[in-house]
Design a protein around this ligand. Structure first.
Ligand code: FES
Length: 357
């Protein structure tokens, strides 16, 4: 691993998945830092026209020791995804941070749980990892997947999901809902809405009282399914969500505050505990904590800068902040003092944060 927190991963396979997406298999050379939990992601960096881009892609493999593999879908105008889906070859070396993310849960090999998984578009990448891992590690659990996409040809990981179905016929069922072509069952034509989900529940296609619900996809889909299951009495500790943002889907990241003119007076200061080392930083008007820390610690972890991925999460030991988007925090984390530093603008002149907590 370099001082910046990135490691070199060799590309061992590039498989065309759909016309718009590829599956990249990566070799981390038995580095234990790259063992992963189902639902986690890798953050990559790549320079395009002198600008460093960072993107997070979910690992679509069986945890904890499956081959590291990510699915990348090309996004219109997305510099990173265009490069990753067209120029990456076997033998290339990609730079990635160790697996991260809290879109996961504790497995119990003795449990007989009921899972409902809902994936929209490339949201199938972490959902596949969750399904494959649960089915392998919890032999008595049952999994239902509702996969929403536009057309059959755009469905990512179709062969992998079908292989999973064939392997676990008695414990894994799949419903596919297509928005731009007939899905075979009229109830599953078009976008899901409250009525179609209610009918799926009424017919028993989706379980009404699952132990865990995992949702990954565009915001409206995640909101819709969360609302439906919340109404049914499923508590937030059983509903796990991961949303897309434009930053995640490949567009240039939000610009962070760059170097500061030395004549400008700081409005505050703080310390950051990171990788076992404490570093002081100055705060300038408009800074997020991430902006301030990045000036003195280039190894500070971040990816989406949009409050979604949680790569920049830290514990706020002293001070107060205001945060914008906090999707990257799981229920209870904010109350426990965790912040997303890319969203946290200090409201006290001193803030101390701990990225190692
Ligand atoms: S960098 Fe993704 S939530 Fe902050």
């Amino acid at each position: 691993m370099t001082a910046s927190g990135f490691s070199a991963l060799r590309v061992v396979a590039v498989d065309r998945d759909t016309p718009e997406s590829v599956l990249l298999s990566l070799d981390a050379g038995n580095d234990p830092a790259f063992s992963f939990a189902h639902g986690q992601y890798l953050t990559f960096r790549h320079e395009v026209d002198g600008i460093e881009l960072r993107r997070s892609y979910s690992i679509c493999a069986t945890a904890p020791s499956g081959t590291l593999r990510v699915g990348v879908k090309r996004v219109d105008g997305g510099a990173f995804s265009t490069w990753a889906t067209s120029a990456v070859r076997v033998g290339d070396v990609l730079e990635a941070m160790a697996p991260m993310g809290s879109f996961t849960h504790a497995l119990d090999p003795e449990a007989a749980r009921v899972y409902v998984l809902v994936a929209g578009g490339s949201g199938i990448t972490p959902i596949y990892s969750i399904a494959a891992t649960v089915l392998a590690e919890e032999p008595q659990s049952r999994v239902t997947l509702l996969q929403v996409d536009s057309t059959t040809s755009s469905i990512m990981l179709l062969d992998d999901v079908e292989a999973l179905r064939n392997r676990y016929l008695d414990r894994f069922r799949i419903w596919r809902q297509l928005t731009q072509e007939p899905a075979g069952l009229s109830l599953l034509d078009g976008r899901p809405d409250e009525d179609s989900l209610a009918e799926c529940l009424r017919r028993g296609m989706l379980d009404t009282d699952p132990d865990h619900v995992f949702l990954c996809g565009p915001e409206p889909l995640v909101e819709l399914v969360t609302k439906v299951y919340t109404k049914l009495g499923v508590g937030p500790e059983r509903i796990h969500t991961e949303r897309f943002t434009t930053a995640q889907s490949g567009r240039a990241r939000t610009r962070m505050q760059g170097p500061v003119d030395e004549s400008v007076t700081p409005i505050g200061s703080g310390t950051a505990q990171l990788a076992g080392r404490r570093t002081e930083f100055s705060l300038y008007d408009g800074d997020t904590i991430l902006d301030a820390v990045q000036r003195v610690r280039p190894d500070v972890p971040y990816a989406c800068t949009a409050g979604v991925c949680s790569t920049c999460r830290a514990h706020l030991a002293d001070g107060t902040v205001e945060m914008g988007v906090t999707y990257g925090l799981v229920p209870g984390e904010e109350d426990a003092g965790y912040v997303l530093t890319c969203q946290a603008v200090p409201t006290t002149s001193t803030v101390n944060v701990d990225f190692d907590a």
